[in-house]
Design a protein around this ligand. Structure first.
Ligand code: HEM
Length: 231
């Protein structure tokens, strides 16, 4: 099929799945924003998005999108390297106008995926997964909490813990580089730009990505200093 075989078809799949992931990141950020104001509200959101059928269906869809995006990235990167032959090993300088992120998308993607595994182990595994396994209480430090206690998880991992906070900030930086390039590049692949608009899209995508990743960084620092809100 065209989407699996042709190079442009594969790029379309990368672009559509990438845009879906940007949508998820935006949704996830708005959900986490609630936690800086109210730990209780955050727990209610976690309960709503717990092991309910609609949340499980969305999680399976999200996992499928991440896997497709990752597998196609491997195939496209391998094809690009094959097409370029040994040239990339000759120590040539980066061509003018080509940004650093565009040449390191695959490595950045791997870094992001590794952080996602860590993140899923820290949160999702002890929350939605535990609930799906029928556990009504999960261990958190010396305590037992319900799998919906998102605020307790955030406070446990981030409050006063500079190491986890730093790790997350590095993750958001990698995400920023990956998304700034991936965002406008997807728009270009889908044919929604021209010579004039591509420059504008680059600026728009950089601003949107900076707002998203910057806000993730700010709320993580708030969790580090204050923990979740008391409203
Ligand atoms: C301070 C930053 C973040 C916090 C506090 C946070 C918190 C959480 C929590 C509490 C869950 C579990 C929800 C549940 O199972 O009910 C979760 C799941 C998840 N998070 Fe995050 N998250 C953060 C950043 C991110 C970022 C930047 C990404 C992606 C790049 C991400 C990707 C995911 C994914 C893929 C899941 C699994 C979603 C699902 O299928 O249920 N998170 N996160």
């Amino acid at each position: 099929m065209w989407l699996c075989k042709s190079s442009i078809g594969k790029k379309v799949v990368m672009s559509v799945t990438g845009l879906c992931l940007i949508f998820f990141v935006t949704f996830h950020l708005s959900m986490n924003t609630a936690a800086i104001f109210s730990g209780k509200a955050y727990d209610e959101i976690c309960a709503f998005l717990g092991a309910n059928w609609y949340a499980v269906v969305l999680s399976i869809g999200l996992a499928a999108i991440i896997i497709i995006h990752f597998l196609y990235a491997i195939v496209l990167t391998a094809e690009n390297r094959k097409a370029r032959g040994d040239k990339r090993y000759l120590g040539q300088k980066r061509p003018k106008g080509v940004d650093w992120a565009s040449q390191n998308m695959f490595v950045l993607g791997i870094i992001i995926v590794l952080f996602i595994f860590l993140h899923l182990w820290m949160f999702w595994h002890k929350m939605m997964f535990a609930e799906l396994m029928g556990e009504s209480l999960v261990p958190l430090g010396n305590e037992m909490v319900t799998p919906h206690s998102g605020a307790a998880f955030i406070n446990y991992y981030f409050k006063g813990n500079w190491f986890i906070t730093l790790i997350y900030l590095i993750w958001f930086l990698a995400l920023w580089f990956h998304m700034t390039h991936g965002f406008w590049s997807s728009i270009q692949t889908l044919g929604w730009s021209n010579v004039v608009w591509i420059k504008r899209w680059k600026v728009i995508c950089t601003i949107v990505t900076t707002c998203l990743c910057g806000w993730f960084a700010i709320i993580t620092i708030i969790f580090f200093i204050n923990g979740t809100g008391n409203l």
